[in-house]
Design a protein around this ligand. Structure first.
Ligand code: AMP
Length: 290
């Protein structure tokens, strides 16, 4: 497959997309921070299946990292990423530098609320404002028909959907399933930080999600499931930031009287010094898939 064209400038990117749209092409957009793995390429595969041309952005967005977070250490390898994307038929790689996305004197941010408030919003103040700001700027540069996100970052999807609705952004947001390693660990660029022992410990995240799902389907009370989930994680010395079962859309607690609400288990924790997030959508207890 041909090597994708690497585009560095917002205006050039926009012209390319608009020209291709004008000739009737359907454009799919997969925004990433690079250090790509099969989770990312699965989004590209969804986009290629549904669109004529695919653009992937690679941009480690400083505005979504807190002052004590890993912006500097975040793994970067543009060459390897472009090579991988070439194998998946991506046409354009948009890889702007920080000054291009946030020019000197830049002072505009998207203010977010609603689904951006709890969980990651509380623990990582400013994170979702940074995400929403960069997604909006990326979409201005690459006005695609569809934009693809992974369910792994569930709250991020809710925040982006809300922004797209509220600001009337003309794009369809597509959610793709979480891709896991064979052992169940959700793929993440940050998994490269894990030592062998950390990785071993981290497997409990997936097994605890599976156990919780089983208990959910057996009709066990939510409080009890959450308690067992936390016990299982703590037993492996995993530091829990949250491990809750909530309404998958509102992220609010589910009243015990209404277990048919679409629900999700959300987990954020530290394994060694690495912060990991994961989640699992829960089937309705009335369905046979439960
Ligand atoms: P990131 O590079 O971490 O910002 O992620 C870019 C996109 O890839 C986001 O939409 C993520 O949700 C998605 N993504 C990351 N890891 C996975 C995974 N394991 N499975 C599916 N999508 C993923």
């Amino acid at each position: 497959m041909p090597t994708p064209l690497i585009v560095r400038k917002r205006a050039e990117m926009r012209n390319l997309i608009l020209t291709n749209r004008a000739s009737g092409k359907r454009i799919g957009f997969v925004p990433t921070m690079g250090s790509l793995h099969q989770g990312h390429t699965s989004l590209v595969e969804h986009a290629t299946a549904e669109c004529d041309d695919v653009i992937t952005s690679i941009f480690v967005n400083p505005s979504q990292f807190g002052p004590d977070e890993d912006y500097k250490e975040y793994p970067r390898d543009l060459h390897a990423d472009v090579h991988l994307l070439a194998q998946h038929g991506v046409r354009w790689v948009f890889a702007p530098d920080v000054q291009e996305m946030f020019p000197p004197g830049d002072s505009t941010r998207v203010e977010v609320s609603g689904p951006a408030k709890p969980y990651e919003g509380t623990l990582r103040p400013g994170h979702f404002s940074g995400v929403a700001t960069v997604v909006l700027r990326l979409l201005q540069s690459a006005p695609a028909h569809k934009i693809y996100f992974g369910a792994k970052d569930w709250q991020q999807i809710l925040v982006v959907r809300q922004m797209v609705r509220d600001l009337g952004v003309d794009v369809e947001v597509v959610t793709c399933p979480t891709v896991r390693d064979k052992d169940g660990l959700a793929m993440s660029s940050r998994n490269t930080y894990l030592s062998e022992t950390d990785r071993e410990q981290a497997l409990t995240i997936y097994s605890s999600l599976q156990q919780a799902k089983k208990h959910w389907c057996n009709g066990i009370a939510i409080n009890k499931i959450e308690k067992d989930l936390k016990t299982m994680l703590s037993a492996k010395k995993i530091q829990i930031e949250y491990a809750d079962i909530v309404d998958a859309e509102s992220l609010q607690k589910i009243p015990e009287s209404n277990p048919s609400t679409p629900a999700i288990i959300l987990i954020a924790c530290r394994v060694g010094s690495t912060r990991l997030i994961d989640n699992l959508l829960l089937p309705s207890q009335t369905l046979s898939s439960c």
